[in-house]
Design a protein around this ligand. Structure first.
Ligand code: HNI
Length: 142
């Protein structure tokens, strides 16, 4: 269980509210597909089009960003919020390690966008957020 402090929750909410959610998520996906090519394995329907602007990636970014939006608003109840989504990912056959990889590339996108505002505190808060999300998405795997 990740303990997100009140201050960290505030930072996470602040960043999220000011973010280009769709664009950032699409770029984080492009990056995860490029840096960890095995993550493309379950996206055969994308026909090898893994750039942020490609329609498959855009469509998936909408779904992922929608789920992250829910997470930001339920930081202390993530296992419950992601119960079904965790089951779904297990059924599809997504390796739980991949959740952490996407968290990493999302943080890279945040660093690029926030520039001077990307402080160690922001990094830490974002890191804990994605650790909590990955934990919740893994919670129903057995
Ligand atoms: Ni993920 C479907 C959310 C990481 C592979 N994923 C979804 C859906 C949501 C979602 C929402 C749609 C569910 C539905 O239709 O009922 N995925 C998230 C979130 C993260 C994440 C919040 C992490 C932050 N998913 C990943 C990763 C992979 C992944 C890292 C693989 C590398 N997801 C899938 C696949 C599907 C999927 C495959 C089914 C295809 C699709 O597009 O719906």
């Amino acid at each position: 269980m990740v303990n997100i402090t009140k201050k960290e929750a505030q930072i996470i909410t602040d960043i999220w509210n000011h973010l280009d959610k769709q664009g950032t998520t699409a770029h984080a996906l492009e990056r995860v597909f490029a840096v960890y090519p095995w993550t493309t394995r379950l996206f055969g329907s994308f026909n090898n089009h893994f750039k942020a602007g490609d329609s498959g990636v855009q469509g998936h970014a909408t779904k992922v960003a929608g789920a992250l939006e829910k997470a930001v608003h339920n930081l202390h109840d993530l296992d419950k919020v992601f119960h079904q989504l965790s089951e779904k990912h297990q059924t599809i056959g997504v390796d739980t390690q991949n959740f952490k990889l996407l968290g990493q590339t999302f943080i890279v996108e945040l660093a690029i966008q926030l520039k001077g505002k990307f402080t160690p505190e922001v990094h830490e808060a974002a890191f804990k957020f994605f650790l909590a999300v990955a934990g919740a998405l893994s919670s129903q795997y057995h």
